[in-house]
Design a binder for this molecule. Structure first.
Ligand SMILES: [Zn+2]
Length: 186
C-alpha cells in the first residue's frame, strides 16, 4: 500500500518584517589588556588578577582593636561553674567548654612569654605578609589555656627562651601580624 504524501498547501508569502534594532549601549571590555608573553609553541598570556577580600572579625574585633593600642586582649569564660578558668589567645567568642559568651581581659604589659616550640618558615602561605625566612614561634604565656603562634622579629629562637610581646601600632596591618615577639632579657 502506497502512502500518499500529503502536500502542504502553499502558503501565501508574507511580506518580510523589518527587524527593529534598538540602539542600545554597546558592551565594552572593562578588563586590563593582557600581554602576550610567548606565541610559540602555544600562546601564553599575562593576565593580571586582583581581588579585595572583605572579612569581618565579628565578635573578635576587640582583639584587633587591642593590637592597634599595643595590648594583648584575651577572652575569659564568665561562667562560675565552668571548669576552664584560664584565658584564651587567640580569643574565642564563646567558651569552648560551656558555650557561654566570653568576656575580655587585657594582659598587662610587658607580656613575657616562653618559647614552647618554633619553626623556620621559608615558604609562607598566602596572606602571611612577612619576609622569609622568618621564625614562627609558639609562646607559652602565663595564665593561658592556649599556646598561641606568632613570630620572632629578630634573633634566633630556642625552646624555653624568654620573649616579650611587641606591637605594630604605628603602621598596623589590622591583622594578627600586628603583634610579635622579641628576645627578652631580665
Ligand atoms: Zn566556660
Amino acid at each position: 500500500m502506497q502512502l500518499k504524501k500529503k502536500v502542504a498547501p502553499k502558503k501565501k508569502s508574507q511580506p518580510k518584517k523589518k527587524i527593529q534594532v534598538k540602539k542600545m549601549q554597546e558592551t565594552t571590555f572593562t578588563g586590563k589588556v593582557t600581554k602576550i608573553r610567548q606565541k610559540e609553541p602555544a600562546t601564553v598570556i599575562e593576565w593580571p588578577r586582583s581581588l579585595t577580600h572583605i572579612h569581618t572579625y565579628g565578635m573578635l574585633s576587640p582583639f584587633f582593636e587591642g593590637l592597634r593600642k599595643g595590648e594583648l586582649r584575651a577572652t575569659l569564660c564568665p561562667n562560675k561553674n565552668c571548669p576552664e578558668k584560664r584565658l584564651w589567645i587567640p580569643p574565642r567568642a564563646h567558651c569552648p567548654d560551656c558555650h557561654t559568651e566570653m568576656t575580655w581581659k587585657p594582659l598587662a604589659n610587658p607580656v613575657i612569654g616562653k618559647i614552647y616550640t618554633f619553626t623556620e618558615v621559608v615558604y609562607a602561605g598566602t596572606g602571611i605578609e612577612l619576609s622569609t625566612p622568618y621564625w614562627q614561634v609558639d609562646v607559652e604565656i602565663p595564665g593561658l589555656a592556649t599556646i598561641p603562634k606568632s613570630y620572632l622579629l629578630y634573633g634566633k629562637p630556642y625552646i624555653g627562651m624568654k620573649v616579650k610581646a611587641e606591637f605594630r601600632t604605628k603602621t598596623p596591618s589590622n591583622t594578627v601580624l600586628d603583634y610579635y615577639w622579641v628576645p627578652y632579657e631580665e
